[in-house]
Design a protein around this ligand. Structure first.
Ligand SMILES: *Cc1c(COP(=O)(O)O)cnc(C)c1O
Length: 482
C-alpha cells in the first residue's frame, strides 16, 4: 500500500513574494553597510529585547512580515564593530563583499567536513594562500575553525601527540603531566585549551616580559625543575600580537629555544600574524613565524571578513592528521563520486559537520588582492601611531606602554591617584560607548610610574578608520574627562 507523503511547506509557498521581500532586505543590508559611519553601537531597548522571546508554538510569518522584523528589530542592534570609531577588544569590521559570500554560502549550504565538492577546494585554496603568506612549507596542513581559541586546541592536540605518542588518543594522558611555557602576555584562550584538554591550567608556566623580551633564563630554569619533577614539557607558546599591548615575542629566539629544548613551538597570531602583509617596520614584528610547528590566526579580526573565521596551520601534515583522523564505516572514503576527494577536513579537527568559512576569505582576497589588504593593515598601524602621538601631546594623558603595532593603551589623566584614574577611564569608556561616539575597551596596566590602573584601550583592526576618526576619538576623551 502506498500513500503520498504530505507536502512540506517549509519552502516558500509564493516564491515571487519571497523574492521581492528578499530583494528589499538585501537593500536594507546594503544600506547598513554603506552607512556604517552613521550606525554606532546602541543599547537594545527593553521592548525590542522582549520581542525576541519565542513563544512555545513559534510564530509563523510570511516573508514580508519576517523581513520587516529582521530589518526593524534585528539589524539595528549590532555590536557596533562596523563603525569607524569602534576600537574595543579586537573586533574586525567585515567588508561589503561579506554580504555576497555569505549569501552564496547560505544558498549552497555545503557541509565542509569532507567529500568531493567545490567548497572543499575553495577551503584548500584559502589555506594554501595563507600558508604561503606565513612562510610555512608546502608539507603543512590546515583547517578553518571558529577562531584562534579552537585553533589552539587543535594545535596543542597535535603537540601532545608528538610528546606522548599516538596511544594518547586511546589511553588518555594517564599520569603523565604535561607542561607548557609562554610569556606573560599570552592570551587566556591558551589556558582554556589546556584546561579543556585535561592538561590543566596550572601546568602553563608564564614568564615576565621586560624591555629585553621574555626571560628565557627563568624559563629554562623552570624547564629543568619540571623535568626533574617528572613532568613532560611539551610546548612553547609564542605570541605574535598580544591582546593587551599588541606586543610581539622574538619568534626567532623562541624557535631556537624550542629546538634546543625539544618543545613544540606554537604561535598565537590571532591578529598579529597579519603583519606579514604590512609594510616596514610592522612586517618585521612577525619575522620567525615561519619556523613554528603550528600557528593560529583569525580572518575575522585583522582580515576584515565576517565572523566567525579562524585557521590553524600545522607544519607537518602527518602530525596534524595523526591527532584527528578517524573514519568509521559510515564515513568510509570512496575512489570516486561525492565520497571521494581525500583529504577530508573532518580528519584535521574537531568538527564533522562544518559550515562554509572559506568562501568569505576567498571572496575578500579575490575582490581586493593581497596588496590592498596589506595596505589596510599598515594604515591601522599608522592610525595607532597617530593616536599614540596625540595622546602623548595632550596635557595629562599618558600611554601605558609604547605603541608597537595597532594597540594603544592609555590613561586620560595621569594627575589623579591610581583609583581616581581607574574610575575616570572606566567612566569615559562607558560614556563614549553610550553616546555612540567612540568604543574603547579597558584593561589593567602597570603605568611607567608604577601605578597599576584600569586604562583605556584601542585595538585598531578597522579598515574604515580615518585620521579624522583618530583625532575625534582623542578629542572626545578630552571632552568627556571633565
Ligand atoms: C582574539 C584572540 C584570541 C582568541 O581568538 P578567538 O578568535 O576569539 O577565538 C587569541 N589570542 C589573541 C592574541 C587574540 O587577540
Amino acid at each position: 500500500m502506498t500513500s503520498d507523503l504530505p507536502k512540506s511547506d517549509l519552502d516558500p509557498e509564493n516564491w515571487d513574494a519571497f523574492r521581492s521581500a528578499a530583494h528589499a532586505l538585501l537593500d536594507d543590508c546594503l544600506d547598513r553597510q554603506q552607512n556604517a559611519r552613521d550606525l554606532p553601537w546602541q543599547p537594545v531597548p527593553q521592548d525590542v529585547r522582549d520581542s525576541y522571546a519565542l513563544p512555545d508554538a513559534g510564530v509563523g510569518m510570511d516573508a514580508t512580515s519576517l523581513t520587516k522584523v529582521l530589518r526593524d528589530t534585528i539589524l539595528p542592534y549590532a555590536t557596533g564593530n562596523t563603525h569607524p570609531r569602534f576600537f574595543g577588544w579586537v573586533h574586525g569590521t567585515g567588508m561589503a563583499e561579506g554580504l555576497l559570500s555569505e549569501m552564496v554560502a547560505a544558498a549552497m549550504n555545503s557541509n565542509c567536513g569532507g567529500r568531493d565538492h567545490g567548497m572543499v577546494y575553495v577551503e584548500r585554496a584559502v589555506i594554501d594562500w595563507t600558508r604561503r603568506q606565513m612562510g610555512f612549507p608546502n608539507t603543512a596542513s590546515g583547517v578553518m575553525v571558529t577562531g584562534t581559541s579552537q585553533a589552539t586546541v587543535i594545535a596543542l592536540s597535535a603537540a601532545r601527540l608528538r610528546a606522548l605518542g599516538p596511544d594518547v588518543r586511546k589511553d588518555g594522558q594517564g599520569n603523565d603531566r604535561l607542561t607548557a611555557y609562554a610569556g606573560a602576555g599570552l592570551h587566556n584562550s591558551a589556558r582554556k585549551a589546556l584546561e579543556l584538554m585535561g592538561i590543566g591550567g596550572a601546568n602553563l608556566r608564564l614568564f615576565p616580559e621586560t624591555g629585553a623580551g621574555l626571560d628565557t633564563d627563568a624559563l629554562q630554569a623552570q624547564l629543568a625543575r619540571d623535568r626533574a619533577d617528572g613532568a613532560i614539557p611539551f610546548a612553547l607558546l609564542g605570541t605574535a600580537g598580544s591582546v593587551d599591548f599588541g606586543k610581539f615575542d622574538d619568534l626567532h629566539e623562541l624557535a631556537d629555544l624550542a629546538a634546543e629544548e625539544g618543545l613544540w613551538f606554537h604561535v598565537d597570531g590571532a591578529f598579529g600574524a597579519w603583519t606579514r602583509l604590512a609594510d616596514a617596520p610592522w612586517r618585521a614584528l612577525s619575522d620567525g613565524i615561519e619556523r613554528a610547528d603550528s600557528m593560529a590566526c583569525d580572518f575575522h579580526k585583522w582580515m576584515y571578513v565576517p565572523y566567525d573565521c579562524g585557521l590553524v596551520l600545522i607544519r607537518d601534515e602527518a602530525e596534524h592528521h595523526a591527532a584527528f583522523a578517524e573514519r568509521p564505516s559510515y564515513l568510509a572514503p570512496m575512489e570516486a563520486g561525492l565520497a571521494g576527494g581525500d583529504p577530508w577536513f573532518c580528519d584535521y579537527g574537531i568538527d564533522l559537520s562544518r559550515g562554509n568559512r572559506a568562501l568569505k576569505v576567498w571572496t575578500a582576497i579575490q575582490a581586493h588582492g593581497t596588496k590592498k589588504l596589506g595596505a589596510a593593515i599598515t594604515a591601522n598601524c599608522q592610525a595607532a601611531t597617530q593616536m599614540g602621538q596625540l595622546i602623548e601631546g595632550t596635557q595629562g594623558m599618558a600611554l601605558a606602554a609604547p605603541v608597537v603595532s595597532n594597540i594603544v593603551v592609555f590613561t586620560a589623566d595621569d594627575g589623579l591617584d591610581g583609583g581616581g584614574q581607574s574610575a575616570l577611564n572606566t567612566r569615559i569608556a562607558q560614556d563614549l560607548q553610550i553616546a555612540g561616539e567612540v568604543v574603547f575597551s579597558t584593561t589593567r596596566a602597570n603605568l611607567p610610574c608604577g601605578k597599576d590602573i584600569t586604562c583605556l584601550r584601542a585595538a585598531i583592526t578597522n579598515h574604515r578608520t580615518t585620521s579624522d576618526d583618530i583625532i575625534r576619538a582623542v578629542t572626545a576623551v578630552v571632552r568627556y574627562r571633565s
